[in-house]
Design a protein around this ligand. Structure first.
Ligand SMILES: [Zn+2]
Length: 73
């Protein structure tokens, strides 16, 4: 089950007839269509969603990794 954004309905929709594809750059994506209007939807998979280009090399926050490693007592 995959969810994507339909530009025509301007809302999130569950991608109908979703097919997983691997792009040339090795990334995976889901391709399908909007169940409501049939507009082709495309959702990138894998990796982190980078909305903006990293402006500083110190993007890795050590405090963030500490939060995720709370399994260790
Ligand atoms: Zn739609």
């Amino acid at each position: 089950m995959a969810e994507g954004y339909c530009v025509k309905c301007k809302t999130k929709k569950e991608i109908a007839e979703a097919v997983e594809e691997t792009l040339k750059n090795g990334r995976k994506a889901i391709k399908g269509k909007c169940p409501t209007c049939g507009t082709v939807m495309f959702k990138m998979l894998g990796g982190r969603l980078v909305a903006s280009a990293p402006s500083s090399p110190s993007a890795v926050d050590p405090a963030a990794s500490t939060e995720t490693s709370t399994e260790t007592p």
